[in-house]
Design a protein around this ligand. Structure first.
Ligand SMILES: C[S@@+](CC[C@H](N)C(=O)[O-])C[C@H]1O[C@@H](n2cnc3c(N)ncnc32)[C@H](O)[C@@H]1O
Length: 340
């Protein structure tokens, strides 16, 4: 199988809502030359809007997301046969014969079986060596790294993120290394890994798409295994879930969120500001309580201009497979007055 950009598990990704969101943007944003995807996440928002804009600026502060954007969006050359041959060579390896490595000693028998972890660690080190020895160009390097992440995410022993692994389970070795399929496009795509509030002061775009986290769950902690394997600086990991030292802790997940959100909105240079929001704030779990209320968002956006609000029922299942009925996805579209 070759992975598409949406073939990964990522909390809060908007893949299933994009037909609706795209329609709302088409109907309400008449100028659509450029899109600023301020909190890019998986990148699916940019991909789905690619055919209605002429330029994209995408940002997320996670290292793993930056590599995934470079892998899927770069239009630079890569040798497909070289990559396919590499995958075939990896398939010939008997993982049990490999020595222990950083991945197997930290994540073995936790997020992956021991032999899967050995193979993942071996591939990661090998990609780095080949890049350093100029056997891979930069696009080939990012394609292989993204492919490794998509491949191990498919076999990881988790419920979809790396906050915890499933205990007392006999882990089968299911890891298979497959390639991602980069996306062909004619439009320029500029990739950033910065804090959104800092970056937005310097970006000018017709549409700013704003999809921040709304509760206390930190993405850098949920996806720490992807971050650690991408950065490959091999920090000492700790705790049951083997997390690295804290990095990229988002203010959107703290009580300061309303103030940070207002700072972002007031400093965006865009003709339209599109904000997604879902009302999980009546949930019984305190970590999923929203840090910003619907009325705060409305009030802040109205400071920038006429704000329309659209909503859609969004059927969602929680981990216990019970239907959450009052779950609504809200979309704000603000037409900025005195755009500058
Ligand atoms: C709700 S997700 C975005 C999902 C995305 N729209 C999609 O469809 O995949 C929020 C994203 O914001 C990123 N993030 C959180 N705080 C940030 C900050 N201060 N600067 C940049 N990115 C941030 C997280 O890493 C996460 O990927």
């Amino acid at each position: 199988m070759n992975f598409s950009i949406n073939n990964r598990r990522y909390i809060g990704n908007k893949y299933n809502l994009m037909t609706w969101i795209k329609q709302m943007i088409l109907e309400n944003c008449s100028e659509r030359s450029s899109l600023f995807d301020v909190f890019g996440g998986t990148g699916v928002v940019s991909v789905k809007l690619m055919d209605i804009v002429s330029e994209i600026i995408i940002n997320d502060f996670l290292y793993s997301n930056e590599i995934i954007y470079k892998a899927f969006f770069s239009q630079k050359n890569f040798d497909e046969n070289k990559l396919k041959n590499y995958v075939h060579a990896i398939a010939e390896i008997n993982a049990d014969d490999l020595p222990d490595n950083y991945v197997s000693s930290n994540y073995g028998n936790k997020f992956f079986s021991i032999s899967d972890a050995k193979l993942i660690g071996y591939i990661r080190e090998d990609i780095e060596l080949r890049y350093k020895n100029d056997e891979l160009n930069e696009h080939e390097y990012t394609i292989l790294l993204a492919s490794l992440m998509y491949s191990f995410d498919r076999s990881a022993n988790t419920v979809g993120h790396y906050e915890a692994y499933i205990k007392d389970k006999i882990l089968r070795s299911t890891f298979r290394f497959d390639l991602i399929t980069p996306i062909k496009t004619d439009i320029p795509i500029h990739i950033f890994r910065q804090d959104s509030n800092k970056l937005s002061r310097n970006v000018f775009a017709d549409i700013a798409f704003v999809d921040p986290p709304y509760n206390s769950r930190q993405y850098s902690r949920f996806y720490h295994v992807l971050e650690t394997i991408t950065k490959w600086d091999k920090p000492v990991l700790s705790g049951v879930a083997m997390k690295p030292p804290e990095e990229n802790m988002s203010d959107y997940c703290r009580n300061s969120a309303p103030r940070i959100f207002e700072d972002l909105i007031m400093n965006l240079h865009a003709k339209y500001i599109v904000v997604t929001y879902n009302n999980t704030y009546d949930s019984r779990s305190s970590s999923s309580k929203n840090k910003i209320m619907l009325d705060d968002i409305k009030m802040i956006l109205e400071k920038r201009g006429l704000t329309k609000i659209f909503s859609r029922d969004y059927v969602r299942f929680n981990a216990g497979k019970t239907l959450q009925t009052n779950h609504r996805e809200i979309l704000f579209i603000t037409e900025v007055k005195n755009f500058e």
